[in-house]
Design a protein around this ligand. Structure first.
Ligand code: ZN
Length: 336
């Protein structure tokens, strides 16, 4: 790449979500030139959403004062399960009627730009790896602690996909045999104990079971709340919130030990709503990790908070497109 191409070319990163579609132009260094967020309105079904996404790519490009010739291609992060190699969304819990939708081909036909796609959690992890909390390491795993738990595994710069292209669903690691029912149908998944949504749900359930908490009033009034208020209650010295937060950190530490042995990464990055707790999250996970970890070898990953916030998805999608461009593999099978 010439100097001009380094600074004047952009990949389009698209983060397709059930509520919001984010579109950004990102340069080779991982810097966002321009970004916009749109309401997905997914109840319309797939076709109008894809039509809009193609139009939004044009809008963002025009708003950034960038020409079509300066775009190298599009990367899309989508909910799954999906096939990155074929560019097909098999199904998505929060995208109604998306069944075996050829998303990459549809976007490519509408925009004339080469398009690559992957799981949204994978690409958020890739974004942090490429331009955020993992940019100085080669092996990184990210857990995104939101409504559920998304994860991505980066090994030597490659996203791990596996034969069924669905590897790295670490939120559905079973951490409690015969435990809480998960939205996926399994019991005892990490997500059922340690996602932001389930931490708040467990506090509500404990209060309904008769435990007292400074959040009891909200539960009695039926006011919904998320992990942010649970974290606030922990800081305010609420014993129930502290216990459930500590249990979530304990299960995350179990996941971190398993991640250590499965992938041996340099770093484990925590992202999503719960990661806003910062030290209250990492220090407790670290404490439990040290109690749980083996003593045969000090191959311990560093546990850190993500730095890109809501931009990780679009930056990672664009970074994945840049990688496809540089390696000439827009239509190639995944290598990992
Ligand atoms: Zn599950």
């Amino acid at each position: 790449l010439t100097e001009a191409e380094m600074t004047d070319s952009y990949a389009v990163g698209v983060d397709l979500g059930g509520t919001t579609v984010r579109v950004a132009l990102v340069d080779r260094a991982g810097q966002i030139r321009h970004e916009a967020a749109y309401s997905s309105n997914v109840e319309r079904g797939p076709e109008p959403v894809i039509e809009d996404m193609a139009r939004w790519v044009g809008e963002v490009t025009a708003a950034a004062n960038v020409t079509r010739e300066q775009l190298i291609g599009i990367g899309i992060g989508s909910p799954g399960p999906l096939s990155p190699s074929r560019g097909v969304v098999h199904k998505a819990a929060n995208l109604p009627d998306w069944i075996d939708i050829p998303l990459s081909r549809s976007m490519q036909e509408r925009t004339g730009l080469p398009t690559i796609m992957d799981n949204d959690a994978n690409l958020a992890a890739y974004g942090e790896f490429w331009a955020g909390a993992g940019k100085d390491v080669d092996n990184m795993v990210m857990l995104t602690l939101g409504t559920g738990i998304g994860a991505g595994v980066v090994i030597k710069g490659e996203l791990l996909h596996g034969h069924f292209e669905n590897a790295g669903e670490l939120g559905h690691w079973i951490v409690v045999p015969n435990g809480r029912r998960c939205s996926c149908g399994q019991r005892g998944c990490l997500e059922a104990y340690a996602s932001a949504g389930n931490v708040a749900r467990r506090v509500v359930e404990a209060i309904r079971d008769g435990e007292t908490s400074i959040l009891s009033g909200l539960v009695q009034k039926g006011t919904p709340f998320g992990s942010r208020l649970v974290v606030q209650a922990v800081h305010d010295g609420d014993p129930l919130a502290a216990r459930i937060w500590d249990e979530a950190c304990y299960y995350l530490a179990i996941a971190c030990v398993n991640i250590q042995h499965a992938y041996n990464p340099t770093r484990i990055v925590m992202a999503g709503g719960m990661s806003k707790a910062g030290d209250l999250l990492t220090q407790l996970v670290q404490k439990h990790f040290e109690l749980l970890a083996w003593n045969l070898y000090d191959d311990f990953p560093e546990i850190r908070i993500a730095v890109l916030g809501d931009d990780a998805g679009v930056i990672g999608a664009a970074g994945w497109a840049w990688k496809a461009e540089e390696e000439g593999r827009w239509n190639a099978e995944p290598t990992c």
